[in-house]
Design a binder for this molecule. Structure first.
Ligand code: URA
Length: 229
């Protein structure tokens, strides 16, 4: 049970003052009955606003990230959070991306306000699979498959080699790579280590999730995190 003004504020429905006004105007019900006292306590599942259930207590969002969008809370450019509804942007705790994609990388990215889920999904121990579609500047020669699979590829500035990654060559300029870790700029640095250069990068899969019809800039909610068990 939680004070309804506090609950609504945490979920981004407005400042404490704004939600108190919303409650006093009779827009909020608990178990179907109008409440006008902001300090009344209630369980999240029993509260409606304008007849609608509240947004979920924890949000897990799958987004199709477009190019030129930045995965950061404080940067000069266009931030990924600006693609979310304002209510989501006002939530406390804040929504954060699960790992990051570079500004010029497109594709699937998760966002959540569930800090412990975020921690689990980014933990190297969890070895979550991520699949990237790569376009290269120079033709592949085939030896990259063994190099990526070796578990011995060292990237500049890293203490440990990359864990074994599966590279599938589609044609000389296109490949798919599956990583089970997420070092900084990892795909670009792995190809750079073979003397090549990534010109386009798109993430098509995160764990068992795909974009599944989401257009660039669109997102959907995942109902529960058992998806990752
Ligand atoms: N690897 C990269 O180099 N960039 C990304 O955005 C993701 C993985």
């Amino acid at each position: 049970m939680e004070r309804i003004d506090r609950l609504l504020t945490k979920l981004g429905y407005g400042s404490r003052k704004e939600v108190q006004q919303i409650i006093k105007r009779g827009r909020v019900k608990v178990e179907g009955l109008c409440v006008r006292n902001p300090s009344q306590k209630a369980k999240h599942a029993t509260v409606t606003i304008d007849g609608e259930p509240l947004d979920p207590e924890k949000l897990i969002i799958v987004m199709h990230k477009p190019k030129n969008i930045i995965c950061s809370h404080n940067d000069a450019g266009l931030l990924i959070y600006s693609l979310l509804p304002e209510r989501y942007q006002r939530r406390n705790p804040k929504i954060s991306t699960v790992g990051r994609l570079d500004k010029d990388t497109t594709g699937i990215i998760l966002l959540t306000d569930d800090g412990s889920l975020n921690h689990t999904l980014t933990s190297p121990k969890k070895e979550i699979s991520k699949i990237y579609e790569v376009t290269l500047a120079s033709p592949l020669n085939g030896s990259e498959v063994a190099t990526f699979a070796s578990g011995e590829l060292m990237l500049n500035g890293e203490e440990k080699p990359c864990i074994s990654a599966k590279l599938t060559i589609i044609d000389p300029y296109h490949a798919q790579v599956e990583l089970k870790e997420g070092k900084y700029h990892q795909v670009k640095r792995m190809f750079a280590a073979t003397g090549n250069h990534v010109v386009e990068l798109h993430r098509s899969k995160f764990s068992n999730l795909t974009l599944d019809g989401l257009a660039e800039g669109e997102f959907k909610l995942i109902e529960n995190n058992s998806t990752f068990n």
